[in-house]
Design a protein around this ligand. Structure first.
Ligand SMILES: Cc1ncc(COP(=O)(O)O)c(C=O)c1O
Length: 378
C-alpha cells in the first residue's frame, strides 16, 4: 500500500522529528554544545561551570513556571520511571490513589503496587477517555498524569484538596511546559526532559512544594523504612540545593534542557501555550474533516495539546503509511503506542514542531490517502 507515492518536494517538512519523545532537539542547541568545548563537557559536575548550568536550569524553570515561594527544583538521574519508585518509597506514607487513563499512569500504579507496606488504589477509565483526579479518603498521595502520552488524553481540572495531609503528585512528562498548571494545587510536579523540553532521556526534573519537602523529610527520619541510597529524596534535595545531582549526570542533557528553557522563556509560558493550542486546533480539525480520519479522544475537554492521537480508517494499513513517511524523510516515529494496537498515528505538538511543518505533514497524509483510494478505483 502507498508504495508508488512520491512526496511533493515543496511539501517536505523542514524536520522529520514529529515523534512524541525523544523529541526534536534543535540543530542550534546541538551546535551550541560544540561551542562549549573545552569548558563544559568532560568537566566535573561538582565544579562551577556545570553547577552554574544547573543553577541556570533551576532558576529558568522557577521563572518560566512562576513557582510559588518555597518550591524546590530537584534534578537527578533516572527519568520519570525512576521517580515512580522514589515516590512510592519516599513520599507515600500509607496509601496512594492512581488515576489511570493509559499505559504510563498504569505503570506508575504498578510500581507502587509492588511496595508491600503501602496500599494502592487504582481508578480506571477506558483508554481514549479522560478522568480528572479527586481526593479519596485515607489516601495520602493522589497520583495523576497531566498528559497521557500513550493515549493523547490530558487532564482538564485539578481538585482543591480538603485534607491538609494529602499530597497531589503529577506526572507532567509530556505536557510540562505547554499545559497550564496551578502550582498552588500541586505538591510534586515531575517530568523527563526528552519531550517539550527537547533534551535527552535518563534524567528527571521534580518540583516539590513545601508540603512535599516536609513529607520527604518525615519519611527519611522513619528508622523502620528501608530506602536504597540512590532513591532517597533527601539525597536528591540536598544536592539540588547545591546545584548538583546525587550522582554523575550527563552534562549534555542538562545543557540541552537549559537551551530549551531559555528559548521558551524568551516567549513566556502564555505564548508557548497559545502556540500549542493553535497546532492542536489544526490537527484535530484536519482529523475531523477528513473522511478517513478521526481523533481517538472524542471528548474535546480531554484532547491533548501536546500529543495528538488520530485513528485511520481500517481500509488503510498505518504501518505501510508510516514506512513511506519514514523512507522519504517526511516524519519519523509517529506510530501509535504499541500496546494500544490501533490503526493510529500519534503526532507531537511539542514546542519545537512548527505549525508550518505540521500543516505540511497533514497535507502529505491527506494526499497519500486520497491517491490510494483513487488508485483502487482505476
Ligand atoms: C507520561 C509519561 N510518564 C512517564 C514516562 C517515562 O519516562 P522515562 O522513559 O523518561 O522514564 C513517559 C515516557 O514517555 C511518559 O510519557
Amino acid at each position: 500500500m502507498f508504495e508508488n507515492f512520491k512526496v511533493p518536494q515543496d511539501l517536505l517538512p523542514s524536520d522529520p522529528r514529529f515523534g512524541v519523545g525523544p523529541s526534536l532537539i534543535p540543530r542550534k542547541s546541538v551546535m551550541a554544545l560544540a561551542e562549549t568545548v573545552p569548558h563544559l563537557l568532560g568537566t566535573s559536575h561538582r565544579k562551577m561551570p556545570v553547577r552554574s548550568l544547573v543553577r541556570e536550569v533551576q532558576e529558568g524553570l522557577k521563572n518560566y513556571f512562576r513557582l510559588p515561594p518555597g518550591y524546590e527544583v530537584v534534578l537527578g538521574n533516572g527519568g520519570a520511571t525512576f521517580l515512580w519508585d522514589m515516590i512510592g518509597l519516599g513520599l507515600v506514607e500509607k496509601s496512594s490513589v492512581h488515576f489511570i487513563c493509559g499505559e504510563f499512569s498504569d505503570k506508575w500504579y504498578r510500581s507502587h503496587s509492588l511496595i508491600p507496606w503501602i496500599k494502592t488504589t487504582p481508578v480506571r477509565i477506558d483508554y481514549g477517555k479522560g478522568i480528572n483526579p479527586y481526593e479519596e479518603p485515607l489516601h495520602d498521595v493522589i497520583c495523576c498524569t497531566l498528559n497521557e502520552t500513550s493515549t493523547g488524553v490530558k487532564m482538564s481540572l485539578l481538585p482543591d484538596l480538603k485534607d491538609p495531609h494529602t499530597l497531589l503528585a503529577m506526572d507532567a512528562t509530556s505536557g510540562a511546559g505547554q499545559m497550564k498548571v496551578d502550582f498552588n494545587k500541586v505538591d510534586l510536579y515531575y517530568f523527563s526532559p526528552q519531550k517539550v523540553f527537547a533534551s535527552e532521556g535518563g534524567f528527571y526534573v521534580a518540583i516539590l512544594s513545601p508540603k512535599a519537602l516536609e513529607r520527604a523529610k518525615k519519611i527519611h527520619l522513619d528508622q523502620k523504612r528501608f530506602v536504597p541510597e540512590s532513591m532517597k529524596w533527601m539525597n536528591a534535595i540536598e544536592n539540588s540545593k547545591n546545584n548538583q545531582t546525587y550522582n554523575t549526570p550527563a552534562v549534555s542533557t542538562i545543557f540541552f534542557l537549559n537551551e530549551q528553557i531559555k528559548l521558551m522563556n524568551e516567549l513566556g509560558e502564555e505564548k508557548v501555550i497559545s502556540g500549542a493550542k493553535k497546532k492542536a486546533e489544526l490537527i484535530y480539525r484536519w482529523a475531523e474533516e477528513n473522511p478517513y480520519l478521526s481523533p481517538f479522544v472524542k471528548e474535546e475537554e480531554f484532547r491533548s495539546e501536546a500529543v495528538a492521537t488520530i485513528d485511520i480508517d481500517d481500509q488503510f494499513k498505518v504501518d505501510d503509511l508510516l514506512q513511506v513517511l519514514r523512507d522519504q524523510e517526511v516524519a519519523y516515529d509517529i506510530d501509535g503506542y504499541r500496546k494500544l494496537n490501533r490503526n493510529q498515528l500519534r503526532i507531537s505538538l511539542f514546542h519545537n514542531v512548527s505549525y508550518e511543518d505540521l500543516l505540511k505533514l497533514t497535507k502529505i497524509i491527506t494526499l497519500m490517502l486520497e491517491s490510494e483510494v483513487s488508485s483502487r478505483k482505476n
